[in-house]
Design a protein around this ligand. Structure first.
Ligand SMILES: *[C@@H]1O[C@H](CO)[C@@H](O)[C@H](O)[C@H]1NC(C)=O
Ligand SMILES: *[C@@H]1O[C@H](CO)[C@@H](O)[C@H](O)[C@H]1NC(C)=O
Length: 348
């Protein structure tokens, strides 16, 4: 029993922060040990707000896994700034809230195990095409920068087949492009919210499961706008103050889509049933805070999987089955499905 308890306790992580070799005097270094007999350890190094006179690269302990270099007024990221012992083992790197205007082609090339990269809140307008080459990235935050256009191909040269999540929200993007020549890019999540897109960008060739285009000046969503995004599960098109029209068949091809958020689009007043055609897996539709006051009566025929629709400020509708009736000609029980809403006066 005592042995079991001791084994159990030694499985928990233990943290020691003193005596880490080669810790820069203005950084905080912590070693986290875990596993049986503390057989695994990883070092976390916090070098935030070091002040202006710090020269790069900052020496870090040999087996550093996580490095935080945020809020250091770093300018262009050059080849030599992230090189040296310790850097090759980094799994995550936080460079947020600096003044980074540029990432040179080889600035990140030593970081062969880097999975998480935070470059948010910087001054980036472009990236050199090969700057992520050879990195096993899974999570890249590029939000709050100055990108006006973005070519997703910059992710084509990362190494493993692991899908990557990319946050490009709060930029000045007017266009997002891919020139894949038939290849597939494993981007699983793309956040384009709060940009300057005036139409839905063509994203064919990305194996997206999550897409967010909230808060863009898109006035109209066109027929086939999302065609080829057959793996998409979650689509958010919310807070578009200029959105007036969604054309029939706009969502055609979204065969896996389960959640569609169309909330807070006040200028969107009507939706024809054909808008919903092709949404065979859709379970949740959110129209709260939109200008749509009623839904076409036959829309359920287009939404075979729908479970919940939110409308107006607080109207919630759900699908119910009317008592099945035996249909003589067909010789089978027919289920009439209707939408029930928790407020009267909604036309369905
Ligand atoms: C996308 O970005 C917006 C704005 O920054 C944020 O509110 C939202 O949570 C993000 N979505 C994801 C999945 O990270
Ligand atoms: C619908 O969207 C509104 C506004 O974005 C949000 O507050 C609400 O929680 C959403 N409802 C559902 C059921 O997701």
């Amino acid at each position: 029993m005592a042995l079991l308890l001791w084994l159990g306790l030694s499985l928990l992580a233990s943290v020691q922060s003193s005596g880490v070799k080669n810790c820069h005097r203005r950084c905080r270094c912590e070693v986290e040990s875990f596993g049986l007999f503390d057989s695994f350890s990883l070092t976390r190094v916090d070098c935030r707000r070091l002040g202006p006179d710090t020269s790069m690269p900052i020496p870090i302990p040999l087996d550093t896994a996580h490095l935080d270099l945020s809020s250091n007024a770093m300018g262009p990221l050059s080849d030599a700034m992230l090189a040296g012992p310790g850097y090759t083992t980094l799994v995550s790197l936080d460079l947020s809230s600096n003044l980074i205007t540029e990432v040179t082609p080889n600035a990140l090339s030593k970081l062969r195990y880097l999975e998480t990269l935070d470059l948010s809140h910087n001054k980036l307008q472009s990236l050199s095409p090969g700057c992520f080459a050879g990195l096993p990235l899974v999570d890249v935050d590029l939000s709050h920068n100055g990108f006006q256009e973005f070519d997703m191909d910059v992710f084509a040269t990362k190494v493993n087949g692991e899908p990557v999540s990319v946050d490009l929200s709060h930029n000045k993007l007017a266009s997002v492009s891919t020139t894949l020549h038939g290849r597939v890019l494993h981007i699983q999540s793309l956040n384009l919210s709060s940009n300057r897109l005036s139409s839905v960008p063509r994203l064919a060739g990305l194996s997206l499961r999550y897409l967010n285009v909230d808060g863009n000046p898109i006035a109209r969503i066109k027929d086939g706008a999302f065609a080829q995004l057959k793996d998409l599960v979650y689509l958010s098109i919310s807070g578009l103050h200029e959105l007036q029209e969604i054309e029939p068949n706009s969502f055609k091809g979204l065969q896996s889509l389960q959640v569609l958020d169309l909330s807070n689009n006040p200028e969107l007043k009507t939706l024809s049933p054909a808008v919903f055609s092709g949404l065979d897996s859709l379970q949740e539709l959110n129209l709260s805070g939109s200008g749509v006051a009623s839904l076409p009566s036959n829309m359920l025929t287009h939404l075979p999987s729908i479970k919940s629709i939110t409308l107006g400020q607080s109207v919630h509708c759900w699908r119910t089955q009317k008592q099945g009736q035996f249909h003589r000609q067909l010789g089978q029980v027919q289920h009439d499905e209707v939408l029930n809403c928790d407020v009267e006066g909604i036309v369905l």
